[in-house]
Design a protein around this ligand. Structure first.
Ligand SMILES: Nc1ncnc2c1ncn2[C@@H]1O[C@H](COP(=O)(O)OP(=O)(O)OP(=O)(O)O)[C@@H](O)[C@H]1O
Ligand SMILES: [Mg+2]
Length: 249
C-alpha cells in the first residue's frame, strides 16, 4: 500500500534521513523504531508532505505521491497524529473532531445550519471508537495528556483514512492509558480495517501490536522484518538495543 524508496532529507547539510526504505502492505500494523534523532518523525513528515525529500520516491497504492502538499496527501486517505499534541485547545472534544470531519467533507459552518447539527453521527461514531464520548463536551485544554493524545487520533480519524500514521501515540501516557491506546490501535486495525504505521519508544507496545518492524539508525533503514527477525538481528542489537541478547521465540 505504501512504498518508500531510498528517501533522503538533509537540513543544512545534516542528513536526517538517508536512503530510507519502507513498505507497508494493506491491513498491516508496522512500527518504525530507532533511537532519539534517528529520523522517524522526519520520515513521517516526508510521507505526509510536510517536508519534501531531496531524493527518493514515496508511492501510495502505486501512485507517486512524492512531494505532494499535506492537503493532497490527506485526500488520498492518509491521516496522521503528531508527536507533540496538536488539538484546538479552546474547542470541545466534540468540536475538534467535528471540524476534522467537516473539512474532510469540504463543508463549513453556515448561517442556515446550526453548527451543532452538522456531521453529528460521524463525529459521535469516532468518539465512541476512541472512548471519548463521555467527555465530548469538555474543553480540550482541560483533558488529561492521555485523553488529548486519544483526541488527536480521533481528529486523524475525522479525515476518514485508510492509512493511519501515529507518531509516538503513547508518549507520556500512564500505564492504564497506554493499555487503552494499545486496545484502540488493535481495534482500528481489526474492526475498521485501517492500515497503521506508527513509531514508538515503548518496546513492549511495539512487540505487542506490530506485525513487522522497520529499524532506523542515523536516518538509515537497518532492517525491516517480522518482530522475531528484528529481535534476533545482531546489527539491531548492537546499534539500538545496546548489544544485549533479546532473541526469544
Ligand atoms: N526542521 C529541522 N531542522 C533541522 N534539523 C532537524 C529538523 N527536523 C529534524 N531535525 C534533526 O533531524 C534528526 C532527526 O530528527 P527526528 O525528529 O526525525 O528524529 P526522531 O527519530 O523522530 O527522534 P525522537 O525519537 O526523539 O522523536 C535530529 O537530529 C533532528 O535534530
Ligand atoms: Mg520523533
Amino acid at each position: 500500500m505504501l512504498r518508500v524508496e531510498s528517501v533522503t532529507k538533509s537540513f543544512s547539510g545534516f542528513m536526517a534521513v538517508k536512503n530510507a526504505n519502507l513498505d507497508v502492505q494493506q491491513g498491516e500494523i508496522v512500527a518504525v523504531i530507532g533511537p532519539n534523532g534517528a529520523g522517524k518523525t522526519t520520515l513521517f513528515n516526508l510521507i505526509t508532505g510536510i517536508l519534501k525529500p531531496d531524493n527518493g520516491r514515496v508511492f501510495f497504492k502505486d501512485e507517486d505521491i512524492t512531494g505532494l502538499p499535506p492537503y493532497e496527501v490527506c485526500k488520498k486517505r492518509i491521516s496522521r497524529s503528531f508527536q507533540i499534541v496538536n488539538v484546538f485547545p479552546r474547542l470541545t472534544v466534540f468540536e475538534n473532531v467535528q471540524v476534522s470531519v467537516l473539512s474532510q467533507k469540504k463543508k463549513t459552518w453556515n448561517l442556515f445550519t446550526p453548527s451543532n447539527r452538522l456531521v453529528v453521527e460521524e463525529t459521535v461514531e469516532i468518539l465512541n471508537n476512541v472512548g471519548l464520548i463521555d467527555k465530548k463536551d469538555r474543553t480540550s485544554a482541560l483533558l488529561s495528556h492521555g485523553d488529548r493524545k486519544l483526541l488527536e487520533i480521533a481528529i486523524a480519524l475525522g479525515g476518514n483514512p485508510e492509512f493511519l500514521i501515529l507518531d509516538e501515540p503513547t508518549a507520556g501516557m500512564s500505564p492504564e492509558e497506554t493499555s487503552r491506546c494499545i486496545d484502540l490501535i488493535k481495534q482500528l486495525s481489526d474492526k475498521l480495517g485501517l492500515t497503521i504505521l506508527f513509531c514508538e519508544h515503548d518496546m513492549e507496545l511495539v512487540f505487542a501490536i506490530a506485525q513487522r518492524i522497520m529499524v532506523m539508525v542515523r536516518g538509515t533503514t537497518i532492517i525491516q522484518d517480522t518482530c522475531n527477525e528484528v529481535r534476533c538481528c545482531k546489527e539491531v542489537q548492537d546499534a539500538y538495543l545496546g548489544g544485549s541478547e533479546v532473541c526469544s521465540v
